[in-house]
Design a protein around this ligand. Structure first.
Ligand SMILES: NC(=O)c1ccc[n+]([C@@H]2O[C@H](COP(=O)([O-])OP(=O)(O)OC[C@H]3O[C@@H](n4cnc5c(N)ncnc54)[C@H](OP(=O)(O)O)[C@@H]3O)[C@@H](O)[C@H]2O)c1
Length: 298
């Protein structure tokens, strides 16, 4: 049995992906198990007796984290420390999710795992602290840093673009921040695919980067989404590139947060599919569900 803390975008996708693979898995929502509650976490492990825990719980509101500092710190640092301690006490391996936003974005190439972290916003700082707590608390950990996560569940950039495309004739989207969009089916699939290796006792503990393949900007991502939804919705708004300076947000974001996933590929033997293919498929699934038209998934 795999226990997942958090039932957001990734948690819900893990439920779907595990059912398709007939792998027993339960995803516990915030209401079911608050990872900052030591007794509740211990009780969840006792009840489900997992062979693996995935910590997909977190505070992910990047801009709000600038003011809700304590909430972000609790969910992203205190909670992971408690989850890691419970896993260590039970001898259960832990996969913990982290983010590209632990980097400052000043590197021109994609970031490798060993690059120094230097977060430039509160969300990134809280996630960096969560990574540290996980590493220091349990040796049986895999930390997966991922980025620009989107899928059919929860809220994300792709859904925001679809909503705006339905009513606006122009979408103005930041074109000077680079990163790697990652679909939840890709991420959930990768987690379930590496599980047997972790449970098989392979000594592959540590920190890895895993994202969709390829790098783009938010503008490039938006253009792809808009193009993929047009045949289903008949909507074809212009997608205009703008600079970060033209779209000020409470939280600063790294100009480059592309992650180099070659370590993951060397160790586990596979990489994420091209982000373009995943963006097309998810756009068609989400837009198709709204319009009632069948998505043409290849
Ligand atoms: N989304 C991204 O673009 C992105 C990028 C890089 C890395 N990540 C990381 O990937 C992981 C999964 O992200 P996601 O996109 O699935 O996020 P999400 O959709 O926001 O889901 C996170 C879930 O965690 C729950 N949660 C918050 N505090 C909790 C607590 N104290 N105890 C238990 N559950 C709690 C939330 O519930 P409530 O909403 O009810 O509080 C929410 O359902 C996170 O670690 C995130 O930092 C995400």
């Amino acid at each position: 049995m795999i226990v997942v803390f958090g039932n957001g975008q990734l948690g819900q996708e893990l439920v779907r992906a595990s059912a398709a693979r007939a792998m027993p898995l339960v995803a516990l929502s915030h209401a079911q198990t608050d990872i900052t509650d030591r007794a509740a976490v211990r009780e969840a492990l006792k009840r489900h007796n997992p062979s693996l825990v995935v910590n997909a719980a977190g505070y992910t509101k990047v801009d709000l984290a600038e003011t809700e500092t304590e909430q972000a710190r609790h969910a992203n640092e205190v909670g992971p420390a408690i989850a890691a301690a419970a896993c260590a006490a039970a001898g259960v391996p832990l996969i913990h999710l982290s983010t590209d936003y632990v980097f400052d974005g000043s590197k021109s190439a994609a970031y490798v795992e060993g690059d120094p972290i230097a977060p430039i916003n509160n969300y990134g700082r809280s996630k960096a602290a969560g990574e540290r707590a996980t590493r220091e608390t349990t040796p049986l950990h895999v930390i997966i840093r991922t980025s620009w996560v989107y899928g059919e569940f929860g809220q994300n950039f792709l859904k925001t673009m679809l909503r705006l495309a339905a009513t606006n004739d122009e979408l103005r989207v930041v074109a000077d921040q680079r990163g790697c969009p990652t679909s939840t089916p890709e991420l959930a699939g990768a987690i379930l695919r590496i599980t047997p290796q972790l449970l098989g006792g392979d000594k592959i503990w540590g920190t890895y980067h895993f994202t969709g393949s390829g790098v783009t900007t938010w503008h490039g991502f938006a253009k792809r989404i808009v193009a993929a939804q047009a045949p289903l919705t008949g909507r074809a708004p212009r997608v205009t590139p703008i600079t970060t300076a033209e779209f000020p947000t409470p939280a600063r974001r790294p100009a480059n947060s592309a992650l180099d996933c070659s370590l993951f590929e060397r160790v586990f033997g596979f990489r994420g599919r091209p982000w373009t293919e995943e963006a097309d498929a998810i756009t068609r699934a989400v837009a198709g569900a709204v319009t009632g038209k069948q998505p043409h998934v290849a």
